[in-house]
Design a protein around this ligand. Structure first.
Ligand code: PGA
Length: 257
């Protein structure tokens, strides 16, 4: 983290978990635990159907609500899809774009990710863009090239003055939901590399202002060390964000002196 230049953001990604009643119970447990956490922003990316309730439940707190996906068109014959405008109008602030599960199971490509980034920015939503390598790519030594490519594709056509509203989440695919976390050094190395890519595209001032998260089995135990890295400005947290006490520990880790 480097709070002098950029925001620390802890974001939960609930994936396809939590019914409406479970969302209410979660909020009732988490809200009394929330202290001031003045140095980090907290986002909960919940299933679409839980969004209105989550916004209502966290209204008087610093927790804001995000979505996990969106369609890049603003409206039309796209059965089952949700647009940026729909999310914006009900009070959504952030949207996860290009999560590896979307890329893997729903054929999202670097091209659709880029279109979604533009749709989000034009509507005033803040994209959390996910990038990450497979274990095979890492073992072949191609991590940096691949991540650089993904970042460049996702950011194609994005103006420098839009970069402040973007979060990049580095999520090595081999660490997601596996309990296998990248070491703090591995996370820092890739996050630093992402900042270098942004520096080449938009200059040093923009690069140092962009929040870059780590994601992949971040939990209450490993969060302190990961977040202590200079270029790790927060986390995108799956499993551990479903448990209020564990999420709270991670928020506390993000507020460490
Ligand atoms: P995990 O998920 O924390 O359960 O590994 C992270 C993510 O997929 O965003």
């Amino acid at each position: 983290m480097n709070r002098k230049y950029r925001k620390t953001v802890i974001a939960g990604n609930w994936k396809m978990n939590m019914t409406l009643s479970e969302t209410k119970a979660f909020a009732e447990t988490l809200k009394p635990m929330l202290g001031k956490h003045k140095w980090c922003d907290v986002v909960l990316c919940v299933p679409y159907v839980d969004i209105p309730a989550a916004i209502r439940l966290f209204k008087d707190t610093r927790v804001v609500i995000g979505a996990q996906n969106l369609h890049f068109e603003s409206n039309g014959a796209y059965t089952g899809e949700i647009s940026a405008e729909m999310l914006k109008e009900i009070g959504v602030k952030y949207v996860i774009i290009g999560h590896s599960e979307r890329r893997q199971y729903y054929n999202e490509t670097d091209v659709t990710v880029n279109k979604k980034v533009h749709a989000a920015l034009e509507t005033g939503l803040k994209p959390i863009i996910c990038v990450g390598e497979t274990l095979e790519q890492r073992e072949l030594g191609g991590t940096m090239e691949y991540i650089s490519y993904q970042v460049k594709c996702a950011l194609a056509g994005v103006a420098s003055d839009q970069m402040r509203r973007i979060i990049i989440a580095y999520e090595p695919i081999w660490a997601i939901g596996t309990g296998k976390t990248a070491t703090a050094e591995q996370a820092e190395e890739v996050c630093e590399n992402i900042r270098t890519v942004i520096r080449k595209l938009h200059g040093a001032r923009v690069a140092r202002s962009v929040t870059i998260q780590y994601g992949g089995s971040m939990n209450a135990k490993n969060a302190y060390e990961l977040l202590a890295q200079l270029d790790v400005d927060g986390g995108l947290i799956g499993g551990a964000s479903l448990k209020p006490a564990e999420l709270m520990e991670i928020i506390n880790a993000a507020n460490q002196e």
